[in-house]
Design a protein around this ligand. Structure first.
Ligand code: HEM
Length: 368
C-alpha cells in the first residue's frame, strides 16, 4: 500500500474504506443543537469495541467450524488454540478502553446522555452473538423485569440471535470433544481407583492440618472442618456418575461426567505430549471466560461511577443488573472448578509404562 492508487492498485484510504469508517461519527448532541465535546469519545470507543467484537466473532466462527468436524487432529487443534489465544490477546484492549472512557467525567456524560435513550450497549448484537457462540446458558441469563434480553432488539437482530442460540456453541463442541477423548480408557489399569486413593490420602492430610492448626479457636476449627467435609463431598460426586448428571440436569454443572473427567485427566497430566495442546485449549477457554467476566465487573463499576443509582438507558436497573450479569454469565465455570480436584504432583499416580507410551512420553537415554 502507500502507492498512487492509480488504476486497480489498492490505495490505503480506499482499501480501508476510511471514508465510511471516519465518516461514521455523528453526534446526537450536535443534531439537537447542543454539541457535547465528549460525545465523540463515547462514539469512537463504542465503535472500536464493535470492531474488536467483529474480530472476536471471526476467530470464534473459525474455531466453531474446526471443532464441529468429526475429527480434530493436531494440526487443526493447533490452529484452534492459536485463534483462541488471539481472542485472549484482544481482551486486555477491551479492558484498557474503559480507562479511556473514564477520562470523561459523569457531568460531561450527563451533557449528552439524555439524547441516547433508549440506545444502550445492552443492544450490542455482536456482544450477544459472542455470548451465544461461547455457550452462555439461557436459563442463567440475568432477568430484566421478566423480559427476554432480546426484547429491546430490532427484529432482524433478534432472529440472528435466536438462530445463534440454537446452533452448536463452543461449550457444547468442547464438551463433545472431551467426552470423545480416547484417553479415559486405560485397558486393565483403573486410573480413577488409583486417583481416588490419592485423593483420600490428601484429604486426610488436609483434615489433620486443620486439627493441628494452633491458631484456630473451637468455632473457627469447626467451621473449617465443615467446609473441608463439603469439599470432600464434591469428590464423592466426581466418583458418582448419576449424582454428577443430576447436578448437570439442575444446571449446577454444564459438562457431562465423561467430559469433566477427560478435562481433569488433561489438567493432571498436562505435560504429557498428547495433552499439551488440549491443555492449552482448556487454558485459553478459562482465560477467555475470565477476561469477559473481569470486563463485565469493571464495566459495572464504571457504569456505577458514571450514573450512580440511575436506571440504564437500555431499561435495566443499571449497575445492579450489570453486577448480576457478571456473576451469572460465565460459560466455562466447570473448567475453573477443575482446580479443586487437582493433586500435588508428588501425589499424582504414576502411570504404567504402556499408558505413558500411549500419551507420547519418550524416555531420554543417559550416558555415562
Ligand atoms: C459512559 C459509559 C457507559 C455507561 C454509563 C454504560 C452503562 C451501561 C448500563 C447501565 C448497562 C445496562 C443496560 C442498560 O439498562 O442500559 C450497560 C450495558 C452494556 N454496555 Fe455499557 N455503558 C457504558 C459504556 C459502554 C461501552 C464503551 C461499551 C462497549 C461496547 C458498553 C457495552 C455494554 C454492553 C455489551 C452491555 C450489555 C451487558 C450485559 O447485558 O451483560 N458499554 N451499559
Amino acid at each position: 500500500m502507500g502507492d498512487s492508487g492509480v488504476g486497480s492498485n489498492p490505495y490505503y484510504w480506499d482499501y480501508l474504506r476510511l471514508d465510511d469508517l471516519l465518516g461514521a461519527q455523528r453526534l446526537e448532541s450536535a443534531r439537537h443543537g447542543r454539541p457535547a465535546h465528549d460525545e465523540m469519545l463515547f462514539i469512537v470507543v463504542h465503535q472500536v469495541y464493535e470492531l474488536w467484537f467483529k474480530q472476536i466473532l471471526w476467530e470464534l466462527d473459525g474455531v466453531l467450524a474446526a471443532m464441529a468436524e468429526p475429527r480434530l487432529d493436531d494440526d487443526r487443534m493447533g490452529q484452534v488454540v492459536r485463534r483462541l489465544q488471539r481472542i485472549v490477546a484482544i481482551q486486555p484492549l477491551l479492558m484498557a478502553q474503559l480507562d479511556v472512557i473514564e477520562t470523561m467525567t459523569p457531568l460531561d456524560f450527563l451533557d449528552f446522555r439524555g439524547y441516547l435513550a433508549p440506545a444502550s450497549g445492552f443492544q450490542s448484537l455482536q456482544f450477544r452473538l459472542i455470548e451465544n457462540k461461547l455457550g452462555i446458558s439461557p436459563q442463567r441469563r440475568a432477568r430484566i423485569g421478566g423480559m427476554p434480553y432480546t426484547a429491546v432488539l430490532r427484529e432482524d437482530h433478534r432472529e440472528l440471535l435466536e438462530r445463534s442460540a440454537r446452533e452448536p456453541n463452543l461449550l457444547s463442541l468442547v464438551e463433545g470433544w472431551l467426552a470423545r477423548t480416547p484417553f479415559l480408557r486405560f485397558g486393565s489399569f483403573d486410573f480413577w481407583q488409583v486417583y481416588r486413593r490419592a485423593v483420600e490420602e490428601v484429604l486426610a492430610e488436609e483434615r489433620a492440618a486443620i486439627d493441628r492448626n494452633p491458631h484456630l479457636g473451637d468455632d473457627a476449627r469447626a467451621e473449617q472442618l465443615a467446609r473441608h467435609r463439603a469439599y470432600g463431598e464434591s469428590f464423592a460426586v466426581l466418583f458418582d456418575r448419576d449424582a454428577w448428571e443430576a447436578r448437570r440436569a439442575s444446571g449446577e454443572r454444564r459438562l457431562s461426567h465423561d467430559a469433566f473427567l477427560a478435562a481433569l485427566l488433561i489438567s493432571l497430566y498436562r505435560d504429557a505430549p498428547a495433552f499439551q495442546l488440549p491443555f492449552s485449549l482448556l487454558t485459553a477457554l478459562v482465560d477467555i471466560d475470565e477476561g469477559f467476566t473481569a470486563w463485565r465487573q469493571r464495566h459495572a463499576l464504571m457504569a456505577f461511577r458514571m450514573i450512580g443509582g440511575r436506571v440504564g438507558t437500555g431499561g435495566t436497573s443499571g449497575h445492579r443488573y450489570l453486577e448480576a450479569a457478571a456473576e451469572r454469565h460465565s460459560v466455562f465455570r466447570d473448567l475453573f472448578a477443575l482446580s479443586g480436584f487437582l493433586l500435588p504432583t508428588s501425589k499424582l499416580p504414576d502411570l504404567p509404562a504402556d499408558v505413558k507410551a500411549q500419551l507420547g512420553f519418550r524416555y531420554q537415554t543417559t550416558t555415562g
